[in-house]
Design a protein around this ligand. Structure first.
Ligand SMILES: Cc1cc2nc3c(=O)[nH]c(=O)nc-3n(C[C@H](O)[C@H](O)[C@H](O)COP(=O)(O)O)c2cc1C
Length: 196
């Protein structure tokens, strides 16, 4: 059975660039046989964190949270497409992830960073690594770093130029690494129920 992967992207800007990178990642994993879905934080539209999902009485959480939690629980791995604002994380994506904790546990996560320049969101990737680890995900060592984002992918998500070539060259190993950990974690969850 195909592994199920959620790809998260969290820019709320009207002129956002990296939806093309999220689309590229979704298409690349789908071409390799994964069952992939994009979770666009802007489209989900959660308000600033009030209660975490687990803090609602059963059946009383807002519909957007219930829908999202079902998708997270049904998934085997997560990819976070992370931009960089002032050396930090994009708040929309961080706000979405903070609504959950145990729901993320026992699955691998991978980081795909990007930015307007050649630093390719490396500082946000560093921050996300610690955060995803704290949230109980196994953050794989393979990462994609894309920059300058405007000179890597067309609006349709097709790679071009030097940055696009680098992305295309790096993607297979990144996907292989993610799938290896995804299958390993999936087998172990089936073999032995997580302790909590
Ligand atoms: C508020 C803000 C802060 C930014 N800070 C950084 C930064 O610290 N480092 C960087 O490389 N690019 C920075 N940029 C440029 C972004 O990398 C670039 O605009 C990128 O396209 C943003 O992602 P998005 O288009 O998906 O929203 C910043 C952009 C914005 C809007």
């Amino acid at each position: 059975m195909a592994v199920r992967v959620l790809v998260f992207y969290g820019s709320y800007r009207s002129d956002r660039m990296a939806i093309r990178l999220a689309d590229y990642v979704v298409a690349g994993l789908r071409a390799r046989g994964a069952d992939v879905e994009l979770v666009d934080a802007k489209a989900v539209g959660l308000p600033m964190l009030d209660r975490m999902y687990k803090e609602y009485a059963p059946g009383s959480a807002p519909e957007a949270l219930e829908t999202l939690v079902s998708k997270i629980r049904a998934s085997d791995a997560f990819i976070f497409v992370t931009g960089e604002y002032n050396w930090g994380m994009q708040p929309g994506l961080k706000n979405l992830t903070d609504h959950f904790l145990e729901e993320w546990f026992w699955r691998p996560a991978a980081i795909v960073s990007y930015s307007a320049g050649r630093i390719a969101g490396a500082r946000s990737a560093l921050l996300w690594h610690g955060t995803l680890s704290e949230m109980g995900m196994i953050v794989i060592s393979s990462k994609l770093a894309v920059g300058p984002i405007a000179h890597a992918l067309t609006a349709e998500g097709k790679p071009f130029g030097e940055a696009g070539q680098t992305l295309d060259h790096s993607f297979p190993r990144f996907a292989d690494d993610l799938f290896w950990w995804t299958e390993a974690a999936k087998m172990q969850r089936a073999r032995k129920a997580p302790p909590y």
